[in-house]
Design a binder for this molecule. Sequence first.
Ligand code: AP5
Ligand code: ZN
Length: 212
Amino acid sequence: NNIILLGAPGAGKGTQAENICKELNIPTISTGNMLRAAVKAGTEYGLKAKAAMDAGALVSDDIVIGILKDRIAEPDAQNGFILDGFPRSVPQAEALDAMGVQIDKVIEIDVADETIQQRLSGRRVCLDCGATYHVEFKPSKVEGICDVCGKPIVIRKDDEPETVKSRLDTYHKTTEPLKGYYEKQGKLTSVKGRETVEETSAAVMAVLKGCL
Ligand code: AP5
Ligand code: ZN
């Protein structure tokens, strides 16, 4: 089963992906996490991606499509995967179709822009394993420490309010048209993302159980 999670920055894609991944036993492929790992490791494409990421803009399609293509070819992705943060533009969706990747379901997590700032200002992330927390809504068991791997959790560089604004603009301009793209293919279902993490998870799982 190949699933796409669509939604604004901070809508809860990463949070819901962690849950689906456990329920369906398929990996989450997050282009954002892969890019952050590349920046941290100082690889060639990490260096190229950094400026765009810090500015809240999109990294170029050729870089992102390249890393995605390599990732879905890995053995653990052969029984299905959850895409979190890809595709993010119509050309990226077309590239996925051109690779012959069959998408079973696209779930949009719908959250109002007003809620986004609140979510992202309290977010903490583990740069090591990618786990996501929120100081108020999803605290780690020990303050400042990742539950999963025990490494420190930090504020993401692109979560400053000004950068969040740019990311929201980019989302509405470039990513949101994907709703129409997948609606035409009959694959899109929208889920309200403003409830608690658990309530949103239940709604997402209900959609998946109904169609997979
Ligand atoms: P990426 O890492 O994909 O960031 P994003 O899309 O902006 O999404 P986020 O990770 O910010 O949010 P999320 O929806 O996963 O929310 P989360 O679950 O963390 O991309 C980063 C950058 O990389 C991009 O800006 C771009 O530069 C580049 N990039 C990545 N992919 C690319 C691509 N395909 N093409 C080009 N460039 C690309 O939740 C947010 C917070 O809210 C957390 O603290 C969480 O605990 C909390 N929360 C979640 N759900 C709830 C709830 N129901 N109630 C209360 N709190 C909640
Ligand atoms: Zn961790």
